[in-house]
Ligand binder design. Structure first.
Ligand code: SAH
Length: 275
């Protein structure tokens, strides 16, 4: 059972709160982030341009209650989120450990920590050492780096992102992080491409994560999932569900909805830049 007394809050900006690293030093690794409250906005965004509230709504759990906030129940996921420091992946002067999506430019966001944790936990079984993982819409590279740490040097973690500038900055971010040796070795790689087509060169994948909402289930991604593999993908337009897609050993597909979510769309580069 979860021990609420060891649940901790992570909020504020990276200059004035303990880093995630310290906050994860709890006895049972149950961690709770504080949601973006009005006071957080006023203290953290005082000296910044006004936040784009549409973007800030993305990638957050749709039901904005404390009950649903970011409880990490997997020790392995807690460890990887501790090892890959989110502060290296968010733009300067952004509150790295607040449980909100943050703008990263190009009409994109880094997902909220609770969404990263949720997706890592949903995929954990398929991120064992030596497995292959694909991160579509890799943005800052944070989750791809986490995948790479979990599958290890014998595995493969691929990030695909269609904004070349984001791919370049994700590589810079990863080079500063604990995943740098994996990038150097080549078990972790970041690519410019249309993620709706997946990344056939390294398919099939044990785990596929999609970090942007697809209007419908992309066939290419289903095709690139290994039998026994799992994909986590937000699907929908205004109303989106985080879908957990399992490819059974006989090749048939089982799909369930995990929760209602709000992500930026999985779309064309032009549509995204014009939105
Ligand atoms: N998971 C990432 C980014 C989430 S935002 C993180 O947490 O850092 C979603 C990302 O998907 C954006 O970076 C956006 O540019 C990208 N994206 C949207 N449509 C895409 C497509 N068709 N192909 C590749 N990337 C896409």
């Amino acid at each position: 059972m979860m021990n609420l007394s060891s649940t901790m809050n992570a909020s504020g900006c990276r200059y004035c709160v303990s880093p995630l690293k310290q906050l994860l030093h709890t006895t049972n690794h149950h961690l709770r982030f504080r949601p973006c409250s009005p006071s957080l906005f006023s203290s953290s965004f005082n000296n910044l341009k006004l936040p784009n509230f549409n973007l800030l709504l993305t990638s957050n759990s749709f039901f904005f209650t404390m009950e649903q906030y970011g409880v990490i129940s997997s020790e392995k996921v807690a460890r990887v989120m501790e090892t890959i420091d989110r502060a290296l992946f968010v733009p300067d002067k952004t509150p790295a450990y607040a449980d909100c999506p943050q703008e990263i430019g190009y009409n994109a966001t880094i997902s909220a920590p609770h969404m990263h944790a949720t997706c890592l936990q949903l995929l954990e079984e398929k991120l064992q050492p030596g497995m292959h993982a694909l991160d579509v819409g890799s943005g800052t590279g944070y989750l791809t780096a986490c995948f790479a740490m979990m599958v290890g040097p014998q595995g493969r973690a691929i990030g695909v992102e269609h904004i070349p500038e984001l791919v370049a900055s994700s590589i810079n971010n990863i080079e500063k992080s604990a995943a740098a040796p994996l990038l150097k070795k080549g078990s972790l790689s970041m690519h410019v491409g249309d993620g709706r087509e997946g990344w056939p060169e390294c398919a099939p994948y044990d785990a596929i994560h999609v970090g942007a909402a697809a209007p419908e289930m992309p066939q290419a991604l289903l095709d690139q999932l290994k039998p026994g593999g799992r994909m986590v993908i937000p699907v929908g337009n205004i109303f989106q569900d985080l879908k957990v897609v399992d490819k059974n050993p006989d090749g048939s597909i089982s799909i369930r909805s995990e929760s209602s979510v709000r992500y930026v769309p999985l779309t064309s580069r032009d549509a995204q830049l014009q939105s």
